[in-house]
Write a protein that binds this ligand. Structure first.
Ligand SMILES: [Zn+2]
Length: 97
């Protein structure tokens, strides 16, 4: 289940699942570091949303790491989206207390 909020570094992001009508059709997620909001485009299933969510989390992690303006962000987020998703599925239990 996609949470309503998520903590990334020192920030508490609000997570919104919305139609994203104001974005071009190929945009399926948005990371807004100033408003601390992650928006996910309503999709056909939970797996789709989780995958987009992981992509936006990578953007937020890069922001926390001081790489928010790095021109490689989109490629990094796209490449790490699936590995992060799989890592979380396989290992989440190890990080909870
Ligand atoms: Zn992106």
């Amino acid at each position: 289940m996609i949470p309503k909020t998520v903590k990334i570094g020192p920030y508490e992001y609000t997570v919104e699942i919305v139609p994203l009508l104001d974005a071009p059709p190929h945009i399926v997620g948005q990371h807004d570091p100033l408003a601390q909001v992650i928006r996910l485009k309503e999709g056909p299933n939970e797996g789709y949303l989780r995958s987009i969510f992981c992509h936006e989390i990578v953007h937020a992690l890069l922001e926390v790491a001081g790489m928010g303006n790095d021109e490689r962000n989109e490629e990094i987020a796209t490449r790490l989206e699936s590995p992060l998703y799989q890592f979380l599925l396989d290992n989440t239990n190890y990080f909870s207390e």
